[in-house]
Design a binder for this molecule. Structure first.
Ligand code: FAD
Length: 508
């Protein structure tokens, strides 16, 4: 048992919603314990298209509340974390026979006007025969619309919320699976299993938050012991990453003949990200992987637009995620609502439980605020909404100040080449200087594990960001995995195991 402590709130799940709720709650003065069974962001929150967007497509399904809230969040989130979130322009070619130009214009007019846009530039029309965005596309696309949305490093957004929550006093445990949760004498008794040692400890809390993403129903049936649970519809979405298809900094929004849409987005300097698909999913969300059919679909859909077709041989990486959409009974996977629903139960002597169904990365901060309203109903009010305007770790610099941060880092550490300095500021913002420390040469950063990844960064990730395995480092804290060779991955894995082993011995 974790001492005599009874926490105010126990959060199940270290995805964007769990970490966002933990951060908001601890910042208001509640004591918080969060358990994640794997790595932070190892579920859906690292498998997204990585857009901070209103969701132009959702207007077709009349999701005005969601679109407006999400649009409003774009500039709020950009200011909170300008290192990992930034504006991006999207080029939407007009494709004859799919949606009429007037409908797109109407959608973009709403998009520009309902979301409190202040800094992001407005929509404009492009002549693709002369605009550089037309160059990689087939000449039949002569006209396009260009509009604003945002880009986010999704996995890092999760970790930064967790870091900030921990800095404010929350307990954040990874590789900690909630095996069972039961009510007793008005509180929750939660069995938390360390997945590395198999040891279980009991944690007590007044209120339980179930933000287990696609596992939310499994937690209700398996962990809380409920029968007949069906709240979410699981919808798989996959992406392919290919060698760079175009050098324009703008992303493309392509309409497909089946009425769906896909994005082609500049990614990690050297690549293009293409996705996503929508297909119902059954089975363990941890095992999701792209299917042959999805690969064919994405290659074919992008090849309708690009002059140079997208081939399987262009693919360097793929990833899949499972959307936990609130089941509103929509007939097609792409039509199911993307809005979130919070449902509370308990109270009146029974320890309360609040479940999170659905949600977008874009709306996680607002979801957390709504969750806090529910929590206040049960635990009494503490603090006020505070996260709007509160920078995430490393994000304490002006929204348009990225280049100035890079200049400042290279001024203080002249040995850093531009590419490495840019990468460090993109990932860690003002905290990049904590990684570089007093180093005066690359050698002072320690062992180099592979392209641009030095020991100083890995140590920071282990000490500050809960990284345990090579996969955590290479695919979630950074995307160095795109550049690493198999022997480099193996060497990093050995290093991570050594550190973990030494820490466990020291703790024993
Ligand atoms: P998750 O990230 O899945 O987190 C839940 C966590 O709970 C997991 O890490 C899991 O390991 C943990 N867990 C489960 N059971 C237990 C247990 N018993 N004990 C401890 N831990 C447990 N949104 C956008 O805003 N923009 C986009 O561009 C976008 N694109 C998307 C594209 C795709 C293909 C998909 C799938 C989603 C996309 N989304 C997007 C939606 C967004 O990614 C999700 O809504 C969001 O990540 C869900 O976060 P979550 O915290 O609810 O779930």
């Amino acid at each position: 048992m974790s001492g005599g402590v009874i926490h105010d709130i126990f959060v199940i799940g270290g995805g964007i919603n769990g970490c966002g709720i933990a951060r908001d709650a601890v910042g208001r003065g509640y004591s918080v314990y969060l358990a994640e069974m794997n790595d932070l962001a190892s579920g859906t929150s690292s498998g997204s298209t990585k857009l901070i967007h209103g969701g132009l497509r959702y207007l077709e399904y009349y999701e005005f509340r969601l679109v407006r809230e999400a649009l409003m969040e774009r500039e709020v989130l950009w200011k909170m974390a300008p290192h990992i979130i930034w504006p991006m322009r999207f080029v939407l070619p007009h494709a004859k026979g799919i949606r009429p130009a007037w409908l797109i214009r109407l959608g973009l007019f709403l998009y520009d006007h309902i979301g409190g846009r202040k800094l992001l530039p407005a929509t404009k029309t492009l002549d693709m025969r002369t605009d550089p965005a037309g160059k990689p596309l087939k000449p039949l696309f002569t006209k396009a619309f260009e509009y604003s949305d945002g880009w986010v490093n999704d996995a890092r957004l999760v970790v930064l919320n967790a870091r900030d929550a921990a800095d404010r006093g929350a307990v954040i445990r990874t590789r900690a699976r909630v095996a069972s949760a039961r009510r007793e004498d008005g509180i929750w008794r939660i069995a938390v299993e360390d997945t590395r040692t198999g040891k279980t400890e009991e944690v007590r809390a007044r209120l339980l938050v179930n933000s287990a993403g696609p596992w939310v129903d499994r937690v209700l049936s398996g962990t809380v012991g409920r029968n007949d649970v069906h709240n979410v519809r699981l919808v798989q979405g996959s992406h392919i990453v290919i060698t760079k298809k175009f050098s324009d900094p703008r992303a493309y929004f392509f309409q497909n003949r089946d009425g769906r849409i896909i994005f082609a987005i500049p990614y990690e300097d050297d690549f293009t990200l293409i996705g996503t698909t929508d297909q119902d999913y059954e089975g363990d969300p941890a095992r999701t992987a792209i299917t042959e059919k999805e690969i064919d679909y994405l290659c074919a859909a992008a090849s309708e637009y690009f002059v140079e077709p997208v081939k399987r041989s262009d693919i360097v990486w793929t990833y899949s995620g499972v959307r936990p959409l609130y089941d509103d009974g929509a007939s097609k996977a792409q039509e199911a609502t993307r809005d979130y629903v919070l449902k509370a139960e308990g109270g009146n002597g029974q320890a309360p439980l609040v479940n999170v169904f659905g949600g977008k990365i874009t709306t996680y901060r607002r979801l957390a605020e709504s969750m806090l309203e529910k929590i206040e109903e049960h635990l009494g009010r503490k603090g006020r909404p505070w996260t709007d305007g509160a920078a995430l770790p490393g994000g304490d610099f002006p929204a348009a100040g990225y280049e100035a941060q890079v200049a400042s880092l290279t001024r203080d550490h002249a040995f850093l080449d531009a590419r490495l300095a840019r990468r460090l500021v993109r990932l860690y913002g003002t905290r990049a200087s904590r990684i570089v420390g007093n180093a005066r040469s690359l050698a002072d950063l320690g062992r180099c594990f592979g392209t641009e990844l030095y020991e100083a960064e890995v140590r920071y990730l282990v000490d500050q960001e809960w990284a345990v395995t090579a996969e955590d480092v290479l695919w979630r804290r950074t995307k160095r995995g795109l550049h690493f060779k198999a022997d480099e991955v193996a060497a990093l894995e050995t290093y991570m195991k050594d550190i973990g082993g030494r820490r466990r011995t020291a703790a024993a």
